[in-house]
Design a protein around this ligand. Sequence first.
Ligand SMILES: [Zn+2]
Length: 393
Amino acid sequence: MKFFTADYILPISSEPIKNGVVAIDEGVIKKIGNKEEFSSSDIQRYDGVLLPGFINAHCHLELSHMQGLAKTGTGLIPFISDVVKFREFEQDVILSAINSQDLAMHQAGIQAVGDISNKTDTAETKDKSKIAYYTFIEMFDFIQENLTGPTISNYKEVFRAQASSGKNKKSYVAHAPYSVSVPLFDFINKENPDNATISIHNQETLDENLLFEKGEGGFYEFYNELGFNLDGFRAIGKGSIFYALSEMTAKQRNLFVHNTLTTEQDVQAAHNWSDNVYWATCPNANLYIENMLPNYKVFLDAGAKLCIGTDSLMSNWQLSVWEEIKTIKKFQSYVALTEILKWATINGAESLGYEKDFGSLEVGKSPGLVNIPLKWEGDNTQISGTTASRVSD
Ligand SMILES: [Zn+2]
């Protein structure tokens, strides 16, 4: 048994405990409380706070070798073109970047990751990682129904090979409303069990909404350059999320990712559709790609369940949930820190179905333990310049 203390323990599921102590045995929390309740003299002390491991609800670990290759601030369509262009790399370069970023995320206090996979490169790292991975086998057919069949057989292979040992899980998911046909959505719905989490990129760029609202915008040219056309596409007169809502399954946990242009009406429509809706925000990636952020007030006012993702190292400067929190506080400082900490822990755990194990410091859970050396003053805490590091698995 190991004992840990700090100026404050932040269990997340209950009030902060001043000079509290957490007892952990082989990763499992055995006791948590005031220091008077503990007789051990062997207690490791940290400055600042101790809190549960973070949940990174959206990542593309397989793109880790592409750090710094995409220009910042160009917008989503040029960014996707860069992703496609840069896919030729030596396999050992790809694998070693995946491995080192898995270790970096663990060190930065990340306990579980919702990870997008279009390939099988990450499977081996995930199988031996200390992090729990929910792998989203992410499919797209560019809304070209002649590609749906080949796409399905290709991704069945990816699904089979992807990680599933220990706490790892996997499901089939759609890439984005603008890249997935109705028959491909039908396949995804049919394959996944009711308790699955399904993620989808949502409303990340103005052109995406323009396509669905008016049948206009940059996706026509983008698709032409790829050798496809959108002749069969019909606009629905509403934002892209309405297409997703009409094709996805309400009873599963659904994780909408990015939501940079999502409006109050969009959030309301999703909440009317299902009680199991989660909204993952990746602020650093939004700044990297589109130079903009979601309006968090829209989500707070609707009582939305937000969680936090890092996106890939191709669209971020590091894979750290704590760095995402610092960005949110820097640009929308009205969002309470205690609220954002829930996004980063228990909400993320719930979104991936890991809430029995992770996301809060409670007896019986194995959420990991993270230290941030800051002066805790509740929502008035200053966090700029601080770093998060793992204390215990
Ligand atoms: Zn993504």
